[in-house]
Design a protein around this ligand. Structure first.
Ligand code: GLP
Length: 244
């Protein structure tokens, strides 16, 4: 779906998420959301916060699993995805802290494999992801599933692509400060969601969006694995959709 601008698009996506949360509330069920970081979802979170503050949208029944986190990374570090999520969403809504799951960037290397498996298990124990929000990186990554990521991959440690580190460099005041690794949900984890919405804004995403939507399904562009998901929508603005 191509919108005139990212603001209108973000409001529409936030509305869909709010409707899902409310529908689950009516049947006394938890609503399990897979959440993303980066600049793309910021306006969606802003709108969810507004709906909480002005319309009483409750996050009482919401359980969240974030896609990824840098490794190593302290929770308190302002570059962490942990910090990002609290800043943009969790600090402003009534979500129970125990319902928030974000990969721990301080997991020691000796236990990180087990940690990733337990993250995966926790998602399953909650009945799986009802909704997964995604952005897309210039390498075609979703979460931090860089080129080469396998279709069947689960939550694991990944080595970040050079392009990804270049894109993150300004936030870290130089590429040397960008971590080389991350913990990310896998392609299979993302694809297990019942509903997926990928956000893409601006002309600089147009090329990767074209490859993702119209290109051959391949691990070279991991986001192409979304092509054969049963319920996935790409929500774009005119810039990101301009090459389609
Ligand atoms: C990071 C995140 C991704 C995100 C991507 C794009 O690499 N790990 O989940 O989709 O950035 O970020 P932006 O939305 O700022 O373009």
């Amino acid at each position: 779906v191509i919108f005139e601008n990212s603001n209108d698009a973000s409001i529409e996506v936030a509305q869909e998420m709010a409707n899902l949360i409310k529908r689950k509330q009516l049947s006394n069920k938890r609503c399990v959301l897979g959440l993303a970081t980066g600049s793309s979802p910021i306006r969606v979170y802003e709108e969810l916060v507004r709906m909480h503050q002005e319309e009483g949208l409750s996050f009482e029944n919401v359980v969240t699993f974030n896609l990824d986190e840098y490794l190593p990374m302290d929770k308190e570090n302002t570059q962490s995805y942990h910090y990002f999520m609290h800043e943009h969403l969790f600090n402003h809504v009534n979500i129970h802290p125990e319902n928030i799951h974000i990969p721990d960037g301080k997991t020691p290397s000796t236990t990180v494999v087990e940690y990733c498996l337990s993250y995966e298990r926790k998602i399953k124990d909650h009945g799986g992801l009802d909704f997964q929000l995604l952005g897309i990186g210039r390498t075609g990554h979703i979460g931090f599933n860089e080129p080469g990521s396998h279709y069947n991959s689960g939550t694991r440690v990944i080595t970040l692509d050079h392009i990804t580190r270049v894109d993150a460099a300004p936030a870290f005041l130089g590429i040397d400060n960008v971590p080389r690794k991350a913990i990310t949900m896998g392609i299979a984890t993302v694809r297990s969601a019942k509903r997926i919405v990928l956000l893409g804004w601006g002309q600089n995403k147009a090329d990767i969006i074209k490859k993702t939507v119209e290109g051959e399904i391949s691990s070279h562009v991991p986001a192409t694995y979304l092509q054969n998901h049963k319920n996935c929508t790409f929500v774009l603005d005119t810039g990101a959709g301009s090459e389609l």
